[in-house]
Design a protein around this ligand. Structure first.
Ligand SMILES: [Zn+2]
Length: 115
């Protein structure tokens, strides 16, 4: 699946729940920065859906563990913590499964409060 095909399947911002509009469209963020970003463009495990507002705001300073926790809940088919750690040139367990599960649980609580 290409990044574009994946993006078309995303229905809402994983952070705020917004469904996207012309003014504030849904965008694809990579869970990687700098030189690692190039490889992340081809790696579904690194793709993260956010509206433009969240992408340029809260996501900019969001820890990797939190991004992976949200990824695990919103896109479990493509979630791969070790792949993202290696993509970022870190140790395979640089971000641990325990850290991700804690963040996934927090994300679940936030989603429940939204409904
Ligand atoms: Zn948003």
């Amino acid at each position: 699946m290409t990044r574009e095909e994946w993006a078309r399947e995303q229905m809402r911002c994983w952070i705020c729940g917004w469904t996207g509009s012309h003014i504030n469209p849904l965008t694809t963020h990579e869970i990687a920065r700098g030189p690692a970003r190039e490889a992340a463009l081809k790696e579904p495990a690194a793709w993260f859906c956010a509206c433009q507002s969240c992408h340029m705001g809260i996501l900019d300073s969001m820890p990797i563990a939190e991004q992976l926790g949200i990824k695990a809940m919103e896109d479990p088919e493509n979630y791969d913590r070790v792949k993202v750690n290696l993509l970022r040139h870190r140790a395979p367990d640089a971000v641990s499964e325990r850290e991700v599960i804690i963040e996934a649980a927090k994300h679940y609580q936030r989603i429940r409060q939204r409904c």
